[in-house]
Design a protein around this ligand. Sequence first.
Ligand SMILES: Cc1ncc(C[n+]2csc(CCOP(=O)(O)OP(=O)(O)O)c2C)c(N)n1
Ligand SMILES: [Mg+2]
Length: 514
Amino acid sequence: MNGAESLVHTLVDGGVDVCFANPGTSEMHFVAALDRVAGMRSILALFEGVATGAADGFARMADRPAATLLHLGPGLVNGAANLHNARKASTPMVNVVGEHATHHMRYDAPLTADIEAMAAPVSNWVHTCVNASEVAADAARAVAAASTPPGQITTLILPANTAWEDADGPAVVPAIPERSQVSADAVSTAARVLRSGEPSVLLLTGQALRGPALELAGRIANATGSRVMAQGASARIERGAGRVAVERVPFVVDQALQVLDGVQHVILVGAKPPVAFFAYPGKPSMLTPEGCQMHRLAALGDDLDHALAWLADEVGAMDTPATLHQLGRPALPSGRLDKDSIAAVLGALIPDNAIVADESVTTGRGFFALTAGAPPHSWMNNTGGSIGLGLPLATGAAVACPERKVICLSGDGSAMYTIQALWTQARENLDVTTVVFSNRSYEILLGELAKVGAGNPGRTALDMLTLRQPDLNFVQMAAGMGVAGEQVDSCESFARALGRGLDSPGPYLVEVVI
Ligand SMILES: Cc1ncc(C[n+]2csc(CCOP(=O)(O)OP(=O)(O)O)c2C)c(N)n1
Ligand SMILES: [Mg+2]
């Protein structure tokens, strides 16, 4: 067994059995090992940002890491923007990055680069293998580090000689630390705040946005008269009928200030204190009112089910039911498409147990209200703000959950960063319906230009924010990658097209012209 085989064995035995790959010469022994070691599903991505974003989507839905295979420094850096997003989501991930053989490094060949330095800012754990006999143990540590709550990005750099030289055999993944329990102090402080009756918000993310934790937060809110909200962007929210509906902290600063107006306490349950995405002249960075106090009940990696059960007990909320959203779909709208009617079509058609990968930017700001009564579904947002995540995220989610329908909602600008994801969806026959909102602009930036006080845009500035001349044609792009689709411009045609996508088992694309 060579080092590469010992690596693949160790990953598969450790439960990492999906790899999103874009290989090169330095990774050829890893690629060959995929033939010789059973159990690894290897999926080709045609750009590294697709591989890393798909690994993110996979782990968010499967609750376990996928691997990526990336080609030296440049391959890693091509994938770095979505590694940044995944790191902000605390997604578990194991990146395997090929490197020149140790004896070749000193010649400064074209692809030689400081891979560790490139990996560091987008990884929580980085290690370069030193010899073939240690590769398996290194990989086992990488899997354990990735799986350490709340989840980490690990990058294992594999010099070609450590892949091709003889190894002893696979290694066993060390024990993964349990989620920690919160302190009695944190619980009693939160309980005191909630009992005070002063306006309070339980701000949730991570595990608190699903399962028992979410339901417990709903009980606490009802028992104490506090509110539950979700962090502005979260890796995954379980929502829809039968679940506690949570509003997100809005992106637009003025809206966020309004929503949080009068709040005197924020109890952080895995979440970070709410801050504006950007600074704007004359606007605060913190979205809470002056004097509002932050209380951390639990960090993201803590046992949030336990923390909320303890808090619920402490405030006597265990007998208070949570308010669960009723099943209630909006009527299918007709006529012209706008943001509200798009939301209504989605609310009317999101299937039971669907997964939504949302990078709809301005079009989707109001999607939550009209989709809250759809059947139960999972909703994923971009936690790192680097666009080009939506299509890859949907791709990975579909690999993780082949029995569930995946809907990708993407702005036209965002879709263009990683449009190659469609090819992977076609090749793997993934059940993803992609909806692209073709407003033919970076609409958000037209608003931002005004908000930062950059003045009235002239022709040249506007040219940087519009996507016309030529118009993009997403249906043709999809066709070129083996994905069927259609363009729509009315509520009726959108509903029909979305229905067609959802009724067919493979990938489909709907371009919504607005
Ligand atoms: C990697 C990266 N590059 C650039 C940006 C800046 N940016 C934020 S939103 C956006 C445009 C989004 O356009 P689109 O997806 O069409 O959504 P719309 O604003 O039209 O709703 C850009 C370029 C970013 N966030 N990330
Ligand atoms: Mg756009």
